[in-house]
Write a protein that binds this ligand. Structure first.
Ligand code: FES
Length: 142
């Protein structure tokens, strides 16, 4: 008899993570699928991909590295940590240029890092970003 698939196990975990946690407050916050500690922004420069992946006026979420990179209408790149400033959840959704936190619904502007929807009150942490040989490299603020 085949073992239970990891997909169904993850589905169960996601269901459990979505259960009401009234009364637990921020202590209940962990990764959205509940299987490990919250992530962290890069502590050293990371190669994120081709620079042309981020168009003017757009943003790209690099979820594996907890980084969002945006490019303003003048072509200037910005990078921000996508660790939510409310309670530390990794943000996993980018809608246009708006980042949406899965834990309590805070939203951030990926072009500026600023909060556009509470409960977060602090802007995302800005990272350094540059292009090298047509690649985007982001890292901790210097
Ligand atoms: Fe609470 Fe993101 S951790 S809204």
């Amino acid at each position: 008899m085949p073992a239970r698939s990891s997909a169904s196990r993850r589905t169960v975990l996601r269901g459990a993570a979505a259960a009401p946690v009234a009364g637990l407050g921020l202590a209940a916050c962990s990764t959205p699928d509940g299987d490990g500690p919250a992530g962290a922004a890069p502590t050293a420069p990371v190669d994120l991909g081709a620079a042309n992946e981020v168009a003017k006026g757009a943003a790209q979420l690099y979820q594996d590295h907890n980084v969002v990179v945006s490019r303003d209408r003048n072509g200037t790149l910005k990078a921000y940590s996508t660790i939510c400033t409310h309670a530390g959840c990794p943000i996993n959704k980018l809608r246009g240029t708006t980042l949406v936190c899965p834990c309590h619904g805070s939203e951030f502007d990926a072009l500026t890092g600023k909060v556009v929807q509470a409960p977060a009150t602090e802007s995302l942490t800005e990272l350094t970003v540059r292009t090298t040989d047509g690649r985007i490299v982001a890292g901790p603020a210097s």
